[in-house]
Write a protein that binds this ligand. Structure first.
Ligand SMILES: Nc1ncnc2c1ncn2[C@@H]1O[C@H](COP(=O)(O)OP(=O)(O)OP(=O)(O)O)[C@@H](O)[C@H]1O
Ligand SMILES: O=P(O)(O)OC[C@H]1O[C@H](OP(=O)(O)OP(=O)(O)O)[C@H](O)[C@@H]1O
Length: 230
C-alpha cells in the first residue's frame, strides 16, 4: 500500500499546489496525456498522487480513501459534518483565498446588514406570499450563518455554478457564494452585505484522521510531514 495524496486535478489550484510542494522539496507531476488524470510524486518513497475534483477531496479524506489532500477550507466545512473529527489541517498554503459572502442586488439601497436582510425577507414574504430565495451551493454553512445572524424568512435554492446570474435570471433574490476579486459580483450588479463573511477560505493541506491512524501508512505520512517542514 502507498500513501495517497489527493490534489485538485486542474486549473490554478492544481498548479499552485504543485508549486507549493516543489518549494518544499517534493515534485508533483501530471503524467500521461494532457487529459489523463495520472500523476507522480518524486522526492519521497511510498506516496502516490491522486488527481481529483477539489469538491470530491473532502469526501475522499473522510472515508479514508486518501491519506492527505489539498482543497479549500470552504469545501471541507461545507461537505463534512463535524469536519474536525474527520480531517486535521496541516498547513494553510497561502493561495486560493476566497470569502464566502452573502450578496444582494446593488439596487437594494436599504439592505446593508443581516438585520436589513431579515427585514427585507419579511417584507418580501408579505408582498409576494413567498419566502425570499437565496441561491448557493454552500447550504450547510449559509444556513448556520443566517440562523446565527437572525435571518429567518428565506429559503435556499441550489445553484452549483454561475450563482451570481440567478438574480438576473429571476431564480433568486439574493446569493451566497465565494468571491475573490469581487468582479463577478460587480458585473452582476450585486453588493456584499456589510458583515463578517460566512467564511474566509484558502487552499489547505489536510490529513485524514481515519487513514492515518496506524500501521506503515502512518510512518510514511509522518515522514512526508517532516520533509515538508510542518
Ligand atoms: N475566484 C476564486 N478565487 C480564489 N479561489 C477560488 C475561486 N473560485 C473558487 N475558489 C476556490 O477553489 C476551490 C475549488 O472551487 P470549485 O468548487 O469551483 O472547484 P472546481 O475545481 O471548479 O470543482 P469541480 O472540479 O468540482 O468543478 C474552492 O475551495 C474555492 O474556494
Ligand atoms: O470574485 P471573483 O474574482 O470574480 O471570483 C468569484 C467567482 O469565482 C468562482 O467561480 P468559478 O470561476 O469557480 O465558477 P463557478 O461559477 O462554476 O463556481 C465563484 O463561484 C465566483 O463566481
Amino acid at each position: 500500500m502507498t500513501v495517497k495524496l489527493g490534489v485538485p486535478s486542474k486549473g490554478r489550484l492544481m498548479e499552485k499546489t504543485f508549486d507549493w510542494f516543489a518549494e518544499h522539496g517534493i515534485t508533483l507531476t501530471r503524467t500521461g496525456s494532457e487529459r489523463e488524470y495520472a500523476g507522480a510524486v518524486e522526492g519521497i518513497d511510498g506516496v502516490s498522487l491522486v488527481l481529483l475534483s477539489a469538491s470530491e477531496i473532502p469526501r475522499e479524506l473522510a472515508n479514508g480513501r486518501i491519506h492527505l489532500g489539498v482543497t479549500g477550507t470552504d469545501l471541507i466545512r461545507e461537505t463534512l459534518v463535524q469536519w474536525d473529527q474527520k480531517v486535521e489541517p496541516l498547513a494553510e498554503l497561502g493561495f486560493g483565498h476566497a470569502d464566502l459572502i452573502v450578496a444582494v442586488p446593488s439596487a437594494w439601497v436599504d439592505v446593508d446588514t443581516l438585520d436589513d436582510l431579515d427585514a427585507a425577507a419579511a417584507a418580501f414574504r408579505a408582498a409576494h406570499g413567498q419566502r425570499l430565495r437565496i441561491a448557493t451551493k454552500y447550504h450547510r454553512l449559509v444556513r448556520d450563518y443566517l440562523r446565527h445572524g437572525g435571518v429567518a424568512d428565506y429559503r435556499l435554492v441550489d445553484s452549483q455554478g454561475a450563482t451570481e446570474g440567478t438574480v438576473k435570471n429571476m431564480t433568486a433574490e439574493a446569493i451566497a457564494d465565494i468571491t475573490s476579486t469581487g468582479e463577478t459580483l460587480r458585473a452582476n450588479h450585486l453588493k456584499v452585505l456589510d458583515e463578517e463573511p460566512v467564511l474566509r477560505s484558502q487552499a489547505t493541506l489536510f490529513r485524514a484522521r481515519k487513514a492515518c491512524k496506524n500501521g506503515p501508512d502512518r510512518a510514511v505520512v509522518e515522514r512526508l510531514i517532516a520533509q515538508l517542514g510542518l
